[in-house]
Design a protein around this ligand. Structure first.
Ligand code: MLT
Length: 409
């Protein structure tokens, strides 16, 4: 008799964004004449930067000739991309990261979800609330939690975000071994300053803990005093791993390219207390379970680091940031308190009613999709996340529809 991993039974029936997609589909089937504007899942809508498209085409042409064809690439990514990442995203900003500490992948969702595999089943996990659900669900699948009771998994240390702490939690009093941080934050749009991030690094060093730092939205930071990487903080190389993605930075959600930075100084421990480099474990894991990202995709990603690539990618992000301003202003004008949306594509709206009720109201009355804050955890109840990833015209239309719908209620 083949038995299942019963930890899966602790999970909610479906992943948050699949659940929402199902509700939208049902709504669309019931109302085929209604047009829906999607400001829910953070999926980009604007075309790839032209310089990436040109590099993509050229690489496909190379694949069409025997002389330049490439088969399996290096699992960790091609040297041309890893060198560009290390030099441009880190060294140029004063962070000491080398090309051989970069692992190119097909997405930060998989990397943030898979990384926990390297650690003991009884590792104590600290997770923000509200949170991007992947960090939590993958640890539940791996057996690191108890049952789901009153909106919380037993055995998980929750780092509560609230309007009082600006949705930036400080290190916990309870012991924890592995902590997930995401800044600019998904879902709240909060940013962290150097001082508070340094407090986390100090805490991790003190606890011999590891920080998994998700920086998928760093390209939205427009204030140079804010850290874009945890490796800008002294001492972080020993206690942090960072996840980055081309998805939101350069429109790659459908193209798939991301990377994870694992410094060679970063250590975890055996039960006997012996230090083991995390780099060695991730390298072993990736070379066993992953065969790399396709060559044309890596060429397209490397084009982001050319002068035109930088400019074109920045223009994409600027467009989404302008949408974020528009959403924030419109929701505030309707009397809602808003957070985020400044160095982030996400606006976190205090919706003055239960989150799912607000979701249904916006969908039914305005044909606009948002993401209910409660889907990100208990502390998200009473909030909704509105995403700036859409065209300017659609965002304008959505705000008009929301205003009209709320005036009617
Ligand atoms: C989100 O909407 O939170 C993101 O698009 C999810 C993701 O990047 O996987």
């Amino acid at each position: 008799m083949i038995r299942i991993n019963e930890d899966y039974l602790k999970l909610k029936a479906s992943y948050l964004f699949s659940d929402i997609a199902g509700r939208i589909k049902a709504f669309q089937q019931a109302h085929p004449d209604r047009t829906i504007i999607r400001l829910g899942i953070g999926d980009v809508t604007r075309a790839l930067p032209p310089v990436c498209v040109a590099a993509f085409h050229q690489a496909v042409d190379e694949m069409s000739r025997d002389a330049t064809f490439r088969g399996y690439g290096p699992e960790q990514g091609y040297e041309f991309l890893r060198q560009a990442i290390a030099a441009e995203d880190f060294q140029r900003r004063g962070a000491d990261i080398q090309a051989d500490e970069i692992f190119v992948s097909d997405g930060s969702k998989c990397d943030t979800g898979n990384f926990q595999e390297l650690f003991a089943r009884d590792a104590r996990i600290a997770i923000p609330d509200p949170v991007y659900p992947v960090y939590l669900d993958t640890n539940v699948m791996a057996g690191r939690s108890g049952a789901f009771v009153d909106g919380r998994y037993e055995g998980i240390v929750y780092l509560e975000g609230s309007r009082e702490n600006g949705f930036v939690a400080d290190p916990p009093d309870l012991p924890a071994d592995l902590v997930y941080l995401c800044f600019p934050n998904n879902p709240t749009g909060a940013t962290i300053d150097r001082q508070r991030l340094a407090a986390w690094v100090d805490w991790a060093r003190d606890q011999k803990a590891l920080i998994l730092f998700d920086a998928a939205y760093e390209a939205f930071i427009r204030d140079d005093s804010l850290p874009r990487s945890i490796f800008e903080i002294p001492g972080a190389r020993e206690v942090a791993v960072e996840f980055r993605s081309f998805s939101k930075t350069a429109g790659f959600t459908g193209t798939r390219c991301a990377y994870t930075v694992v410094p060679k100084d970063c250590k975890a421990y055996t039960a006997a207390g012996e230090k083991v480099p995390v780099h060695r474990l991730w390298s072993r894991r990736q070379s066993t379970k992953f065969n790399g990202v396709s060559y044309p995709v890596q060429r397209a990603a490397a084009a982001v680091y050319t002068p035109e690539g930088r400019q074109q990618a920045k223009a994409l992000v600027d467009g989404y940031l302008a949408n974020a301003d528009m959403i924030r202003d419109a929701m505030q004008a309707l009397g809602f308190t808003c957070f985020g949306g400044r160095h982030s594509p996400y606006i976190w709206v205090e919706c003055r009613r239960p989150s799912w009720e607000f979701f249904d109201l916006l969908l039914d009355r305005a044909g606009v999709v948002c993401t209910p804050g409660a889907g990100f955890g208990r502390c998200g109840e009473g909030y909704a996340r509105i995403s700036a990833f859409n065209s300017k015209e659609n965002v304008q239309a959505a705000m008009t529809r929301i205003r009209e719908a709320l005036e009617e209620t």
